[in-house]
Write a protein that binds this ligand. Structure first.
Ligand code: ADP
Ligand code: MG
Ligand code: ZN
Length: 488
């Protein structure tokens, strides 16, 4: 976390109050009210139809998958779910909004009254309220080509489903806001409702901030910084706004409620418009979409299929798998990595050994191949076989690293066959090793005599000699036992 200093949040100065509005693009195949593909990166205006370009006489049809993902998201972030769905028109004019209104939810949001817990960078736990999370459609994009005296409109994004998640005014510092945002993104990714890719705009945030003279004073007037699309910008914009509002208040002025933009180059917030009031939007029920009821049973069914949360997974890794907390952190941070571990354990591997091996060898292979885990040739089942050989003392950790590359490179050959072909398996059979140990003791009779004469530190030299004689394939534990027995 970056976070520049916030001098004005020191006691005796101004205390920030922050609430975030997060827009999450729900991962549906098609748009919210038509059958156009919802996909990022297509040539401009190729994913459009009469409905999402607002041709007269067209009617919206609700995408059930958007509702399902919205409910899953709401459950994942601890909200209550409304069983009645109503949509409202939010009227405003902008060139990227061809209808002249946005279909949204005003007084009956799909999700409400949530509690969301997350961890701060120092490891302490915070819980904040989620006021509401409602469904709405995204707008298109206006592009201002540099050097040209015109603007272009791309409606590919118009009508893709969004969930807007509104936090309570419960956050108290830019760093806390950033931690909340990161936890929220991880939770939503785990729930499988969105890729939450900030660069593609599928996870973006408006940050509301006010200042007050003490921690129990009434809230001050807030401003809202729009469309922040990186964690760093959220922190930087909030810090800039703390500076700006502090200066206004220090000079005896009043903060004016306004909507601001953030310029990453200057690091400053700039006013876009003074705040519009709710009545400016002339909200009314969307007449083209009838109220739609879902059953409580269906919601409970979804709760049942909701994937494990990152917090629960972390608890399981530490509590049940007995992983070191830093291993659990690393495995939970990337859902695909944790999924890989779980599949490896399901295939019979011991969790601790599997975790260590995945974090070192599987990650190394993925980095070398520059591929995501699920595109590697090495599978959890094969990792489980390697780990079983290591755990059984048949393969040294060192040798397992050589084997990793071979297992990735020759997916058609069985793991054990590869290990044998590469001559990597340890000789741990006591019978076979006893012979080697006796040979070595005979050859090193001089060392043995001095060892028996009291130079017990020579044990290591003898151990090394046996390992060498076995060409590194002996299991050191077994060798130690045999040596102790033969020397006794
Ligand atoms: P709007 O549509 O006007 O942006 P919302 O109700 O959607 O209003 O969102 C308001 C956001 O501002 C919420 O996240 C809320 O927690 C936050 N907020 C409300 N009052 C304050 C305040 N005084 N200081 C900081 N944040 C605030
Ligand atoms: Mg807002
Ligand atoms: Zn369409």
């Amino acid at each position: 976390m970056t976070g520049t200093a916030t001098p004005h949040s020191a006691p005796g100065r101004w205390f920030p109050v922050i609430g975030l509005e997060i827009h999450v693009q729900l991962a549906t195949a098609t748009k919210m009210f038509c059958r156009c593909e919802a996909r990022y990166g297509a040539p401009p205006n190729t994913l459009v139809c009469p409905v999402c370009t607002a041709q007269p006489g067209t009617l919206p049809v609700l995408n059930a998958e958007a509702v399902r993902l919205g409910v899953l998201a709401g459950l994942a972030i601890g909200c209550e779910i409304d069983t009645v769905l109503e949509f409202d028109r939010k009227n405003y004019y902008y060139p990227d909004l061809p209808k002249g209104y946005q279909i949204s939810q005003y007084d009956r949001p799909l999700c409400h009254d949530g509690r969301f817990a997350f961890e701060l960078p120092d490891g302490s736990r915070r819980e904040i309220t989620i006021q509401r999370a409602h469904l709405e459609e995204d707008s298109g994009k206006v592009i201002h080509p540099e050097g040209l005296d015109l603007s272009l409109v791309d409606l590919n994004r118009a009508g893709t489903p969004l969930l807007e998640i509104v936090s309570g005014p419960d956050l108290r510092s830019p760093a806390e806001a950033s931690a909340y945002l990161q936890a929220m993104r991880q939770t939503l990714r785990y729930a499988g409702v969105s890729d939450c890719d900030m660069e593609k705009g599928s996870f973006r945030c408006d940050a509301n901030l006010s200042l007050r003279p003490s921690e129990d004073a009434p809230f001050g007037t807030r401003t809202e910084v729009k469309n922040l699309n990186s964690f760093r910008f959220v922190e930087a914009a909030l810090n800039a706004e703390i500076e700006r509002q502090s200066a206004v208040l220090d000079a005896g002025g009043t903060v004016i409620q306004a909507t601001l933009g953030f310029d990453p180059d200057s690091g400053l917030t700039t006013q876009l418009r003074t705040k519009e009031e709710v009545h400016d939007y002339r909200y009314f029920r969307e007449p083209d979409l009838p109220a739609f009821a879902v059953t409580a049973d269906w919601i409970e069914q979804l709760r049942g299929v909701l994937p494990e949360s990152p917090v629960a997974r972390h608890q399981r890794y530490v509590g049940v798998f007995a992983l070191a907390p830093e291993h659990a952190d690393a495995l939970v941070a990337d859902k695909a990595l944790g999924d890989f571990l779980d599949a490896t354990v399901d295939a019979g591997a011991s969790p601790g050994s599997a975790a260590r091996w995945i974090l070192s060898e599987v990650l190394r292979l993925a980095n070398a191949a520059k591929r995501p885990l699920d595109e590697l040739a090495i599978t959890p089942a094969r990792v489980a076989e390697v780990v079983a050989l290591v755990d059984a003392g048949q393969l040294s950790l060192q040798a397992s690293r050589h084997l990793a590359t071979a297992v990735e490179g020759q997916p058609e050959v069985a793991v054990r066959e590869l290990a044998e072909a590469l001559d990597l398996l340890q000789v741990s059979g006591a019978d076979e090793l006893t012979g080697v140990v006796r040979e070595v003791l005979a050859v090193e009779a001089d060392l043995v005599a001095r060892y028996r004469g009291g130079k017990t530190e020579l044990f290591h030299a003898l151990l090394g000699a046996v390992m060498k004689a076995s060409r590194g394939k002996a299991n050191p534990g077994t060798v130690r036992e045999l040596l102790e027995r033969e020397l006794a």
